[in-house]
Write a protein that binds this ligand. Structure first.
Ligand SMILES: [Fe+2]
Length: 249
């Protein structure tokens, strides 16, 4: 427990007492880490933009958050200066926790958008925890004057996390719709090269069926549901024919 006689702030705002000095040290280290994190987030989000071109709402929200994130980094630089430190000392060390976000924009894999969204949601909650930590340490270090700028950044991170919560279903629905459209285009091209009777290949058709079963969210109804069901292969409930033409049952 801190000794109150050791924590009274000096007139010049410098930390006094062992507790406050320790809190000040922890605050400065945490501000530097937060600054490195914001720099990293800026780079990751900028790299994501190309990936998100087919997701206009998400693209616009991420673009907006990049602007906010740059300002957050500037606020942290100001906070470091107010603590007698300098942002120039900040090393933009790679944070392992951002590994997912980075990999999500490398290679543009099939599920790159999903990885990016999960990484972004994780990052927002990491940042919320980071700013809560900074606010608590600022109070302990006798630097409560840093609260307004830290709270402003905290509110921005919470707003971004709330936006993802409110829009996740719509983003996922869009992802599935786009995949379904790709599958339909693929199926159409397969029709041209399939068996003589014109039936699409079983593997591809099964994939379409899988996409249909996952496209149940509102707004996802423009996908494979429109496919003509009269010419599909027999369902699993229909008795399969043996090679010699016999049927079970
Ligand atoms: Fe941020």
């Amino acid at each position: 427990m801190p000794d109150d006689t050791q924590t009274a702030p000096r007139a010049d705002g410098a930390p006094t007492g062992a507790f406050q000095i320790a809190a000040h040290g922890a605050l400065v280290v945490s501000l530097r880490n937060a600054h490195a994190l914001e720099k990293q987030v800026t780079a990751v989000l900028e790299a994501q933009l190309k990936l998100l071109e087919d997701y206009p709402d998400l693209h616009a929200r991420v673009t907006e958050h990049i602007v906010a994130t740059r300002e957050q980094a500037r606020r942290l630089e100001g906070a470091l200066e107010a603590c007698g430190s300098s942002a120039s000392l900040v090393k933009d060390a790679l944070l392992s926790v951002m590994g997912l976000g980075q990999s999500s924009v490398q290679g543009f894999s099939e599920d790159a958008v999903l990885k990016a969204v999960v990484a972004d949601m994780m990052t927002e909650h990491l940042e919320i925890a980071t700013y809560r930590t900074l606010i608590a340490l600022a109070d302990m270090a006798g630097k409560s004057e840093l609260r307004p700028r830290l709270e402003e950044s905290l509110r921005e991170e919470e707003a971004m996390a709330d936006w993802f919560d409110a829009n996740l279903d719509a983003i996922l629905s869009r992802f599935v719709e786009l995949k379904a459209s790709e599958l339909q285009a693929e199926a159409a091209s397969q029709d041209d090269t399939s068996a003589p009777d014109g039936a699409p290949t079983r593997t591809l058709w099964q994939t379409l069926e899988d996409a249909r079963s996952t496209s149940t969210m509102p707004g996802a109804g423009t996908g494979p549901e429109t496919a003509d069901q009269t010419d599909r292969e027999p369902s699993s409930s229909e008795a399969p024919a043996h090679a010699d033409g016999r049927r079970d049952g």
